[in-house]
Design a protein around this ligand. Structure first.
Ligand SMILES: *Cc1c(COP(=O)(O)O)cnc(C)c1O
Length: 222
């Protein structure tokens, strides 16, 4: 087995061990650090969801790998003028952080004749340096967000702060799960089902707290 295969097997074992519902969890391979040969190895190991944080790089890799069956996920910030490069095929956008952006994606989805799946990225820890919706802004936008008919808002995404304190990280993930429940009750009518949380350093905690998508780069390719 290659290292990539071994690493993926270990992560899949962790999903079974730590998640309360392992069958609901999808492993997204974050391929931003690696070339398309490594992406092919991931595919050979049975993982077909790839996450990139930059539109330009995603687009280039997709062109090289156009004959492969890959679900492309955008996990990094999206500028409105770049939506057109991914709107025809993107499987999930994890990083919607404003109504303006959601409305633009909605327009491009209509133009492409499809419904685009998205997640709302939330800045749970409230750190000024972090991207994502503030809680306040999200609550004030949620009614309008639910009216956009060409995007399917499937859940929430967050990034935990960089810290060795597991309890701080756990609280961020717990709060994202609670927020999902609350938003479902207030305005989303249970349509929020996904929680994208957990990276190399914190995915075990995220799994325990109910992650349904984990985004792993470093650990997969080391
Ligand atoms: C890079 C990145 C990841 C993967 O991080 P690792 O620590 O390498 O697993 C996950 N999510 C986002 C948004 C990223 O930018």
């Amino acid at each position: 087995m290659s290292n990539i295969q071994k690493n993926i097997s270990a992560i899949i074992e962790d999903i079974k061990h730590y998640s309360p519902y392992p069958e609901k969890v999808k492993l997204v391979a974050v391929t931003k650090f690696v070339d398309t040969n490594a992406v092919k190895e991931v595919l050979n190991a049975g993982i077909c969801s790839m996450g990139e944080n930059r539109v330009q790089i995603l687009k280039e890799k997709r062109e090289i790998l156009k004959d492969e069956k890959i679900e492309w996920h955008l996990i990094g910030q999206l500028q409105k003028n770049k939506i057109k490069y991914i709107s025809e095929y993107i499987a999930l956008i994890h990083s919607v952080d404003s109504y303006d952006l959601a409305r633009e994606i909605d327009k491009h989805a209509a133009k492409a004749g499809r419904i685009i799946d998205v997640l709302l990225e939330v800045n749970i820890s409230g750190e000024a340096s972090k991207s994502g919706y503030t809680l306040e802004q999200l609550h004030s936008d949620s009614a309008n967000l639910t009216k956009l008919s060409n995007i399917n808002i499937k859940g929430l995404m967050t990034m935990a702060p960089l810290t060795d304190n597991d309890e701080v990280i756990r609280n961020v993930f717990k709060n994202l799960a609670l927020l999902k429940t609350r938003l479902n009750e207030e305005s989303f009518g249970n349509s929020l089902q996904e929680l994208s949380m957990g990276m190399t350093n914190d995915y075990k905690i995220a799994l325990q707290e109910g992650a349904t998508l984990i985004r792993i780069g470093t650990k997969m390719f080391k």
